[in-house]
Design a protein around this ligand. Structure first.
Ligand code: FAD
Length: 400
C-alpha cells in the first residue's frame, strides 16, 4: 500500500496551493482531483485582487482584464460610481488559473492524480475510486462547499450557504475596466447581481441569494431585462459564508470552500482560501513529516488562519447581515448618504476588496465625515446593530 505524509482531496485552486506548500516543507504529498483538471471556466466571476495573483504565483496569461472601478446600481434607479486611479482588481480565466495551480503542484513534487475520486477517508487512510486504499498521516479536505471530508470526519459545516448562478453573455462591455453590481428586491432579494467584463466581447453576468432562492430564474429575468445577448456558457454553485467553527480534527484539516473561508460580502473565496492554503500546507506538511498529527497539533492551523483573516471574515459577516436585510427604500437612502465626494474619494484612493474593514480605519481619521456616518446609524437598524459591527471591526483590526 502506498504511504504519504499528506493526501489532499480536491484539486481546485485551494487544494493545489495547499499541496504545493506541504511539498515545499519536504512532505510526500498526493493530490487527488475527481475532474480532468481543466478548471471551472464558467462557475466563477473570476474577480480577484492583484495580491491574489501573487499569492498563487498565477501566470500572466490567467489575467483577462484590469479593473479600476465599479458602479453600484441601487433600487429606485440611483447609482454610486467609483473610479480608482490604478488597478484594484483583475478578472481571471479560471481554467488557466486552476490548471496552473495543478502544474505548479506537480512541479514542486506533488503526485497529482486527476480523474481520481476519494470515495472514503478515515484516520490514516483514503480510498480512491472505491478500490485503491492509500495510507497517510494527514488528510486535507479541499473538496469544495459540499465537502465529503467534513462529513467523513464529523467536522462542522460553514455557517451559511448562498446559491449562485452565472452566465457568460456575448455583450461588449460599455466600460471594460469597470464591474457593475445591482442590488434590490426586484433583482436579487437578499443578494446581488453582477456584470464583470471578461474575454473580448463577453460579460460574466451572475446573481447570488440565500440558499433556496431560485437564482437561475432570477438571473434569466435579469438577463432579459439588462443584457439580452447570446448566452455562451452557464454555471453556478453554492457559496459558503461564515467559517466553520472548527477546521481540524485528529489527522485531518479542511481548507477553502470546504471550511467556509470566503469573503462574506462578495462571496470571493480565492484570496482568503489562498491565505489559508499556505498555512494549511505548511502545518499539514510539518505534522505529516513529524508523525504528530493529533488534533492538538493540527489546531495550530485553525489558530493561525483565524489570526490572519478570521477578524476580517467576522466583520464581513456582520456587515453582510446588516446590509442584506435592508429594504429597498433604506438601501436607496443609504446610497444617497454615501454619494458624497468626502466618502467616495477615500474609497477610490484606498479601497481594498480583500480588506473592507480597513476603510473604517481610514474614516476614523477623517473627522469631517463623522456626522455623515452618524446619520447612517438609524438606517443600519439602530445602535445595537452598529455596536456589534463595531465590535467585529475592533476584532479585525486587533489582528492587523
Ligand atoms: C458563481 C460563482 C462566482 C464566484 N466568483 C468568484 C470571484 O469572482 N472571485 C473569487 O475569489 N471567488 C469567486 N467564487 C468563489 C470561488 O469560486 C471559490 O471560493 C473557489 O473555487 C474555492 O476553491 P476550492 O478549491 O476551495 O473549491 P473548489 O473550486 O470547489 O474545488 C474543489 C475541488 O474538489 C474536487 N472534489 C470534490 N470532491 C472530491 C472527491 N471526493 N475526490 C476528488 N476530488 C473532489 C472538485 O472536483 C473540485 O475540483 C465564485 C463562486 C461561484 C459559485
Amino acid at each position: 500500500m502506498r504511504r504519504y505524509d499528506v493526501v489532499v482531496i480536491g484539486g481546485g485552486p485551494i487544494g493545489a496551493l495547499t499541496a504545493r506548500h506541504a511539498a515545499l516543507v519536504g512532505a510526500r504529498v498526493l493530490l487527488v482531483e475527481q475532474g480532468d483538471g481543466r478548471g471551472a471556466a464558467s462557475a466563477c466571476a473570476g474577480l480577484v485582487s492583484p495580491r491574489t495573483i501573487d499569492l498563487f504565483d498565477a501566470p500572466s496569461e490567467a489575467v483577462l482584464r484590469r479593473i479600476k472601478g465599479g458602479r453600484l446600481h441601487l433600487p429606485g434607479g440611483g447609482a454610486l460610481t467609483l473610479r480608482a486611479p490604478d488597478t484594484r482588481a483583475l478578472v481571471i480565466d479560471r481554467a488557466v488559473f486552476d490548471r496552473s495551480g495543478l502544474e505548479q503542484a506537480a512541479a514542486t513534487g506533488v503526485e497529482v492524480r486527476t480523474r481520481t475520486r476519494a470515495t472514503r477517508a478515515s484516520l490514516g487512510s483514503v480510498v480512491l475510486n472505491g478500490k485503491e486504499r492509500v495510507e497517510t498521516e494527514v488528510v486535507v479536505g479541499a473538496d469544495g462547499p459540499k465537502s465529503s471530508v467534513r462529513d467523513w470526519f464529523s467536522l462542522p459545516a460553514p455557517q451559511q450557504f448562498l446559491a449562485a448562478a452565472q452566465t457568460t453573455v456575448e455583450v461588449t462591455p460599455a466600460c471594460p475596466d469597470q464591474v457593475e453590481v445591482f442590488v434590490g428586491s426586484d433583482t436579487a432579494p437578499g443578494g446581488f447581481a453582477w456584470a464583470v467584463p471578461a474575454e473580448d466581447g463577453a460579460l460574466r453576468v451572475g446573481l447570488l441569494g440565500p440558499a433556496g432562492t431560485d437564482v437561475q430564474a432570477l438571473l434569466s429575468r435579469f438577463l432579459a431585462g439588462r443584457f439580452p445577448g447570446k448566452v455562451r456558457a452557464r454555471g453556478g454553485g453554492l457559496i459558503p459564508i461564515g467559517p466553520a467553527d472548527s477546521t481540524y480534527g485528529d489527522g485531518v484539516i479542511v481548507v477553502g470552500d470546504a471550511a467556509g473561508q470566503v469573503k462574506p460580502l462578495s462571496g470571493g473565496g480565492l484570496y482568503p482560501g489562498g491565505v489559508c492554503a499556505q498555512i494549511a500546507g505548511r502545518i499539514a506538511g510539518q505534522a505529516g513529516l513529524s508523525g504528530m498529527t493529533n488534533a492538538a497539533r493540527l489546531r495550530l492551523y485553525d489558530e493561525d488562519w483565524r489570526r490572519e483573516i478570521g477578524g476580517e471574515l467576522a466583520f464581513g459577516l456582520s456587515l453582510r447581515q446588516v446590509l442584506f436585510s435592508l429594504d429597498d427604500e433604506t438601501m436607496a437612502a443609504l446610497g444617497a448618504v454615501l454619494d458624497d465626494p468626502a466618502i467616495l474619494s477615500p474609497i477610490e484612493a484606498y479601497g481594498d476588496i480583500d480588506h473592507p474593514s480597513r476603510l473604517i480605519l481610514l474614516f476614523l481619521e477623517r473627522r469631517a465625515v463623522w456626522p455623515r456616518f452618524a446619520s447612517l446609524i438609524p438606517l443600519l437598524g439602530g445602535w445595537e446593530r452598529v455596536r456589534k459591527l463595531a465590535a467585529d471591526f475592533l476584532s479585525s483590526i486587533s489582528l492587523l
